[in-house]
Ligand binder design. Structure first.
Ligand code: F6P
Length: 381
């Protein structure tokens, strides 16, 4: 019997967080279950920061379907299994504070915790589950790289934002006879770049899964010129790298120990400069950045998020703890958290989303790759 459940949103924000929260709360309310938001991701679990969520008039979860961000906050640096503690003398220690969280869960009487997040978040969820906590995960990330599901919530909105940017870059590129490069997010997976390139009619898509040869891209652009097209549009994933080269790193994040602290970015500028040199055409780079994460979810993401929220609550009611709500063969389903992150062992207790982790990358037999090739999008190889 479930009486009280907690919801936490963790990791980088996406459009659709609130729609999932609403989906869980509405389904729970129909069964007479009380819902609480755990504020600022796993931090809230540690600090016992819980807020009642209801969809009644004036309730915190009322009217949130179209709202961007997360009404319960989120955290990109709350690794409670390896938590950064700053001592009074300024020294820094990393401690496993998961037992404090578990005590807080018991004291407050949560029967289940819903963890909305990507690979790193679900890895912590799996570790809580191994310690006996009832956990259900919901796969979130604009990067679309969570294992065992065909799509994560937030991804479709990110692709739509990138598509709109490409439409706009098309007209300015065409006017000035320029190569317009768009650098998009996605970390070590090329989903956003590939899908937005198809949606936005780009000529080139460079993704991490296919190390690129800049000469191949330049030839594509020269061939377009021969056909009278004096402009080209190129999408570059932030994790794309040249053949035999490395990913471009912008800096380091301070997201705690044992998590991927690499800040990706900068490859778009490099590609633009090289293409300018190779083709003689002017080139400009635009880095899309956090536009991809903020704002209202698309219709697709609103529906997907609502489905995920309702399914997650259903899984809890069925007692299927230690699982992630997923989409498999186009339908709602579930996978064990162990399968989702279990192979992600290389980098310690709770980290996620590194090149080595169990993330879902673009495979060469995927329809998006085939379609891109069929219509002549250059993939840099
Ligand atoms: O994982 C989502 C994401 O937006 C990535 O695409 C990007 O590399 C990263 O987060 C940026 O992280 P931060 O919010 O720490 O700058």
């Amino acid at each position: 019997m479930l009486k009280k459940v907690g919801i936490l949103a963790n990791g980088g924000d996406v459009a659709g967080f609130n729609a999932v929260i609403r989906g869980i709360v509405k389904t729970a309310e129909n069964k007479g279950i009380e819902c609480y938001g755990i504020i600022d991701g796993y931090n809230g679990l540690l600090k016992k920061n819980f807020e009642k969520l209801s969809t009644a008039a004036e309730g915190e979860a009322e009217g949130i379907l179209p709202k961007g961000g997360s009404i319960i906050g989120s955290s990109t640096n709350a690794n409670v299994f390896n938590y950064k503690v700053v001592n009074e003398d300024g020294s820094v220690e990393y401690k496993d504070l998961s037992d404090v969280c578990i005590q807080n869960i018991k004291d407050f009487g949560f029967d289940c915790i819903f963890t909305l997040g990507g690979d790193g978040t679900q890895k912590s969820a799996r570790d809580f589950s191994s310690k006996g906590v009832n956990v259900i995960g919901v796969p979130k990330t604009i990067d679309n790289d969570v294992a065992c599901t065909e799509i994560t919530f937030g991804y479709n909105t990110a692709v739509s934002v990138a598509m709109e940017a490409l439409d706009r870059l098309h007209t300015t590129g065409e006017t000035h006879h320029r190569i317009m490069v768009l650098e998009v997010m996605g970390r070590y997976a090329g989903w956003i770049a590939l899908e937005s390139a198809i949606a936005g009619g780009a000529d080139v898509a460079l993704i991490p899964e296919i190390p690129f040869d800049i000469n191949s891209v330049a030839s594509k652009i020269q061939n377009r010129r021969k056909r009278g097209k004096e402009f080209s549009v190129v999408v570059v994933a932030e994790g794309a790298k040249p053949k035999g080269g490395d990913i471009v790193i912008k800096g380091k994040r301070d997201n705690g120990a044992g998590v991927d602290n690499t800040k990706l970015g900068g490859i778009g500028e490099i590609v633009a400069k090289q293409l300018e040199e190779l083709t003689g055409l002017e080139a400009r780079n635009t880095t899309l950045g956090y536009m991809q994460r903020g704002g209202t979810p698309t219709a697709f993401d609103r529906v997907l998020s609502t489905k995920y929220g309702a399914k997650a609550m259903e899984l809890a009611l069925e007692g299927k703890f230690g699982t992630l709500a997923v989409i498999k063969n186009g339908k709602l389903d579930y996978a064990s958290l162990e399968d989702v992150v279990g192979r992600n062992k290389k980098i310690g207790a709770v980290s996620g989303n590194t090149e080595e982790s169990n993330i879902r990358k673009v495979t060469m037999d995927h329809d998006l790759v085939k379609t891109a090739r069929d219509i002549g999008i250059n993939l840099g190889d």
